[in-house]
Write a protein that binds this ligand. Structure first.
Ligand code: PHE
Length: 341
């Protein structure tokens, strides 16, 4: 019985060393909790030592009781320290993984905007709407009767070839409109004067592509029909348009030309001043007085009414206004070009 106390004390000493090592090695709170169960739980060696205490002498019990208390105190202190270490390591790891770098530059927002051609078209329409014009539209796949016949362009007329018409497969007499002029015929066959319309839209010709030609392009057509409409009205309208769009100091010039549906016809130039004092003219549109024969074919009395018409290339205006050198820029959708305007 007398050597029982030293034996239990040795056991405690060994448990202490093992427990402190296990506490130091526990890598996370769950592992640390396992250490507590293993060394201080109901089925631990420590519990066995406590159970055997009742067999000791009072002095032995007191001595072993003190040793047990010392073990508990040391175990609890080491445990609490390790527990705190693991908690702060876990917190640090979590903070690191959830870290936001508020100094990173934000991703730039790129708001969309209308294409340059759409912007210029709107600008052009605004000018005409301000003068009292209404906006009309027509189909891009157009009947030959509107694209040609009602515009005085007869089947064997050279203009049909000159216009490099794109025909629609499988349809008799349907073309991709070669200009917006067929909408003139559509308006005149359904409305009586006074008429003042502008017609924006896409047009098609089997042109090969280069810096100034595209098989797809767009026009704004104008048509005014009424009593006593003269070439002076045409000139005044186009001068006001050119000044509104290109600047109040601009002038326009009408040069004789030919279109089957207007008589007389003109090509219209707008003046420009280039750096270095150069003064010049740039062609922006075709125009003329509506041919009386066209009025008659469309059901408008040419004895009573007269009219003028014009067709403006939107790409051409946009190129002049914004210094675009190549028409292909409008259709290639390069984001650097699109975002520039
Ligand atoms: N339609 C003609 C063209 O595309 C332009 C035009 C329109 C000419 C109206 C006169 C009158 O070339």
């Amino acid at each position: 019985m007398s050597d029982a106390v030293p034996r239990e004390t040795d056991t405690l000493q060994r448990l202490r060393d093992e427990a402190l090592a296990a506490i130091a090695q526990a890598g996370d709170p769950a592992a640390l909790n396992q250490v507590r169960v293993r060394f201080t739980g109901k089925r631990s060696e420590l519990a066995d030592v406590q159970k055997r205490m009742k067999d000791l002498s009072p002095d032995g019990r007191r001595a072993l009781g003190q040793a047990l208390n010392a073990f508990r105190a040391e175990f609890d202190a080491a445990y609490a320290t390790r527990d705190a270490e693991l908690a702060s390591a876990a917190l640090a790891a979590r903070l690191e993984s959830e870290r936001l770098d508020l100094t990173l530059p934000p991703r730039r927002l790129r708001p969309g905007r209308p294409h340059l051609l759409t912007q210029v078209e709107q600008e052009m329409l605004d000018v005409f709407i301000g003068m009292g014009f209404q906006v009309a539209e027509g189909p891009e796949a157009e009947a030959g009767v509107y694209n040609f016949d009602l515009l005085n362009i007869e089947p064997d007329h050279p203009a049909r070839q000159e216009m490099d018409t794109i025909y629609v497969d499988g349809f008799d007499d349907v073309v991709l409109r070669t200009h917006t002029s067929p909408v003139q015929a559509r308006v005149m066959t359904t409305q009586q004067p006074p008429i003042a319309v502008v017609v924006p839209g896409r047009t098609y010709r089997a042109d090969s592509v280069d810096a100034t030609h595209s098989p797809v392009f767009s026009q704004v057509e104008g048509l005014v029909v009424g009593e006593g409409i003269t070439m002076a009205d045409l000139r005044g309208t186009l001068l006001a348009f050119s000044r509104a769009l290109f600047g109040e100091d601009r002038d326009i010039r009408l040069r004789p030309s030919f279109f089957p549906f207007t008589e007389p016809s003109a090509e219209v130039d707008v003046s420009f001043d280039a750096p270095g004092g150069n003064h010049g003219w740039l062609e922006i549109l075709g125009a003329g007085m509506v041919d009386p024969n066209v009025l008659a074919m469309c059901g408008i009395d040419p004895e009573r009414y007269s009219g003028f018409a014009f067709g403006i290339g939107i790409e051409r205006v946009a190129m002049l206004r914004h210094g675009v050198r190549d028409i292909r820029e409008f259709f290639e959708s390069d984001v650097r070009f699109v975002a520039h305007f």
